[in-house]
Write a protein that binds this ligand. Structure first.
Ligand SMILES: [Fe+2]
Length: 97
């Protein structure tokens, strides 16, 4: 297996982990009929991460820990949006400094 292929498998793994983290975060906040579906999706994504981890392990490969930002890592960050103007302003000013 080439280093590029190891990186690609690691990227898939990281994407699934980020998906699980995203849906886990949403599952902690959503209420009503969506709760079951969102929690199920969180479980699916965590299982997918497990499959990629087992795949790498079966080939005696360790995952590359730093991959490119995944689509779901970007979603996950946006799911952490502040809930008020004041908190948004304080976050923004702490980043720009
Ligand atoms: Fe997935």
């Amino acid at each position: 297996m080439s280093e590029n292929e190891r990186w690609l498998l690691s990227y898939y793994r990281a994407s699934e982990i980020n998906g699980a983290l995203f849906f886990g975060r949403v599952a902690r906040t959503v209420r009503g009929p969506l709760l079951v579906d969102v929690t199920h999706h969180f479980t699916d994504e965590a299982n997918h991460a497990n499959y990629w981890t087992k795949c790498l392990d079966d080939m005696d490969l360790t995952p590359v820990l730093r991959t490119a930002p995944t689509r779901t890592s970007i979603w996950r960050r946006s799911a952490c949006r502040p809930t008020s103007w004041r908190s948004w302003r304080s976050r923004r000013s702490s980043r720009s400094g």
